[in-house]
Ligand binder design. Structure first.
Ligand code: NAD
Ligand code: ZN
Length: 356
């Protein structure tokens, strides 16, 4: 059994250390996982740069990482559905399982949820990590570890589309073509949306969106709000039934509300300023519903189905790959904004492998 457990620990802003920690032992309902892939999320970058993400502050050293997959190395004695060698996607939030939200299936709203790498909870950017087995999803052989890790952001997209009630024939506006906007676009298409338009300020991101299946893209430069709304309607040939805001920018929230068809839905995924000015009366008189999105609940199984069936191809989001030892460089690359999804591979080469 391995004894070394190289672990990426953030002490405070710009103070990331790789340290060796003990290999943990799984509790009776847990599995020990040999970590496979861990994707970098925007929140990881915020913690790395600022030591905080919104109201969440790194007050004590924290293990980074929450978009992850691994291989079962040991099972706790009550674990029945997994065995050693199973490859799994790891849903990172373990809720209390007893509060009203948990009982109603909206466990993403559980106040007691322990979410990987959200302070004070440790994440899984390391070699060995234990996790509640019921939040591990076995991957079919043809689904890669990278795809397993990408089920995390994909679940955000799936949940956003469920909250927006995207269905067969929906026309959808997605604002912001970062990883979350892209997985929302992919989910919307997989759920039956017939036309999706996506906006961004960066042409490269829109080019990727287009290659992933966006029907229309709109670059927002030198356009005023009214003109942007007009362009969205013109490109779609109609008003979107649903809008999924994935930039966090006030201007985008305003555009999403004004573009959406009367009686339609705007879901808010992007996190921005705590207080924003929006045309609320416009939403009121047109019965445009504005709904929040907080991570996901019960979305991993569908995200896995979409990936395993080939309905959604998330692999194309990956622009950079790094090893666990290169975590610092991976975070710097994520910080530079030059990539889309940056993937860290935790499995260290055996000495014999690296020598060959
Ligand atoms: P990202 O920063 O990589 O992508 C945001 C994209 O929006 C970028 O491509 C950027 O160019 C674009 N953008 C910025 N201003 C814009 C504007 N005015 N109009 C159109 N596009 C604009 O981030 P991401 O990883 O894709 O995440 C998107 C947002 O979703 C972030 O705010 C993140 O914090 C949030 N998020 C929320 C949840 C949730 O549960 N609600 C979960 C994950 C991420
Ligand atoms: Zn709960």
């Amino acid at each position: 059994m391995a004894t070394a457990n190289l672990t990426a620990v953030l002490y405070k802003a710009n103070d990331l250390r790789l340290e060796n920690r003990p290999v943990p032992d799984p509790k009776e309902h847990e599995v020990l996982l040999e970590m496979g892939c861990v994707g970098i999320c925007g929140s990881d970058v915020h913690y790395f740069i600022n030591g905080a993400n919104g109201e969440k502050v790194v007050k004590a050293p924290i293990v980074m990482g929450h978009e992850a997959s691994g291989t079962v190395a040991k099972v706790g004695k009550n674990v029945k559905h997994l065995k050693v060698g199973d490859r799994v996607a790891i849903e990172p939030g373990i809720p209390c399982k007893i509060c009203d939200y948990c009982k109603q299936g909206r466990y993403n709203l559980c106040a007691e949820i322990n979410f990987c790498s959200s302070p004070p909870c440790n994440g899984n950017l390391c070699q060995y990590y234990t996790h509640s087995a019921d939040f591990c999803y076995r991957l079919p052989d043809h689904v890669s570890m990278e795809e397993g890790a990408l089920l995390e952001p994909l679940s955000v997209g799936v949940h956003a589309c469920r909250r927006a009630d995207v269905k067969l024939g929906s026309t959808v506006l997605v604002t912001g073509a970062g990883p979350i906007g892209l997985v929302s676009m992919l989910s919307a298409k997989a759920m039956g949306a017939t036309k999706v338009i996506i906006t961004d300020l960066v042409q490269k991101r829109l080019d990727l969106a287009k290659s992933l299946g966006a029907d229309h893209t709109l670059l927002l430069i030198n356009l005023d709000e009214k003109a942007i709304v007009g362009q969205i309607h013109q490109l779609l040939g109609k008003e979107p039934d649903k809008s999924i805001e994935c930039s966090g920018a006030e201007s985008s929230i305003r555009i999403a509300i004004q573009s959406t068809k009367s009686g339609g839905v705007v879901v808010m995924v992007g996190v921005g300023k705590p207080n924003v000015t929006v045309p609320l009366m416009n939403a009121l008189v047109r019965e445009v519903d504005i709904r929040g999105v907080h991570r996901y609940a019960n979305c991993y199984p569908l995200a896995l189905e979409l990936t395993a069936s080939g309905k959604v191809d998330v692999k194309k989001l990956i622009t950079h790959n790094f090893s666990l030892e290169e975590t610092h460089a991976a975070l710097e690359t994520a910080k530079s904004g030059s990539g889309v999804k940056i993937m860290i591979h935790c499995k260290r080469k055996k000495i014999s492998e690296s020598a060959s």
